[in-house]
Design a protein around this ligand. Sequence first.
Ligand code: NDP
Length: 283
Amino acid sequence: MDTLSLTGKELAAAINADTKERTAALAAGMHAPRLALIVANDDPASAWYVNSLRKAAERLGIACERIDLGADATAEQIREELTARSADTSYDAIMLQTPLPAGVSLNDVSSAISADKDVDGVSPLSLGLLAAGLDGFVPATSEAVVELLKHHEIPLRGKLVAVVGRSNIVGKPLAQLLLAEDATVTVCHSRTADLAAVTAAADVVVAAAGRAGLVTGKHVREGAVVIDVGTNEAPDGGIVGDVDAESVRGKAAGLSPVPGGVGPVTTALLMRHVVAAAEKLRG
Ligand code: NDP
């Protein structure tokens, strides 16, 4: 079977074109949207990601400021910073980068981001709104998976979807979004007894575990669609996903590439959220 490459570049470009227009309209009203990127690590992968977000923001006319708290920042310091930026009306949006310093979890600090600036939907309030089916910011990566599937006209209603990964920022919110699309969702994790048996029964498999090569041909049924969320450092310094593309290609009906699949859509959606936050805050 020919496996379609479910790229995200076209979709990301369409989202960005709309964002750019909205940013220009805000700037004409004397307020370019402004995003605070809070960093409390010295992780090179995070630095690379922050840099790419800043470039993406710049291209779209969004002001983006990196605020470095250092890799040994305490939970209290991070909370203070998030509280201050939440109250500061010159910022429209806040993103807290992971990883956080050792001993600090996202749950320790994320409630300090006000929901109207929480453009990556990480606070307990944002996650609760999503679970209740109410309006709020949705974690961009999860939203990107659903948008990518829709863009490539992959039906979800009544379909079996296996999500591999149950983090608060990818797996769990994705399960909620898929339920809202009327899919039947199974969420897998590191204690799932027979991963291959669960995923091979699914119409759509989403790999979001952060383990290179975890999902292979034996995890995928003939004709299924596979979305690869994983970003893992490759031995050559590049990035690879969670899917062993070689064994899945030829078996799946569609597979999203890494890089060039979920990643660009995630960034585009994040920037769209920043503009939406600015529009709302500026009335
Ligand atoms: P986490 O490490 O927070 O969560 C990983 C999840 O995968 C956990 O639920 C874990 O299970 C599960 N898992 C780990 N190993 C296995 C295994 N062998 N079998 C089944 N499940 C397993 O990662 P994130 O959710 O933050 O990110 C997941 C991936 O997505 C990463 O590669 C990350 O880099 C990538 N990512 C990509 C983005 C993009 O835009 N493309 C944006 C954000 C993340 P358990 O809960 O039992 O530990």
